[in-house]
Write a protein that binds this ligand. Structure first.
Ligand SMILES: [Zn+2]
Length: 123
């Protein structure tokens, strides 16, 4: 992820970019549009969106498995992330998630990251 994205995250904002010419939205934000090469401007994304696809991860050298990763549609952009509060079998396409931003412990200067929280109640 870009440094602009990470800096905005620590201010509680999810930053993307929008092309000034064709209107295409990029996440992480880019200075040039990947579609047409024109200049872009920043835009903020909503903190809630819907899951459009998801998968369960069983092998990782860094995290305890299994865990669920999803891609959520936040307004016009798609953001990948880990779903922390739900198991694979509890999730359906179209479920609403909230992006939760947290400061990583023990890092100085503090760095921020995010995860998805499924907003629906368990069935
Ligand atoms: Zn463009």
């Amino acid at each position: 992820m870009s440094s602009e994205f990470l800096a905005a995250l620590c201010e509680g904002r999810i930053l993307a970019s929008r092309c000034s010419k064709c209107g295409s939205c990029s996440l992480p934000p880019r200075q040039r549009c990947p579609e047409c090469g024109a200049e872009t401007g920043y835009m903020e994304l909503p903190h809630r969106g819907r899951i459009i696809t998801y998968s369960e991860i069983h092998v990782s050298s860094k995290a305890e498995t299994p865990y669920v990763v999803a891609i959520a549609e936040l307004g016009e952009a798609r953001l990948p992330g880990v779903v922390r509060n739900a198991r694979y079998e509890d999730i359906e396409i179209g479920d609403e998630v909230e992006v939760v931003i947290e400061k990583r412990a023990g890092e100085n200067p503090p760095r921020c990251w995010y995860f998805f929280r499924l907003t629906k109640q368990k069935r």
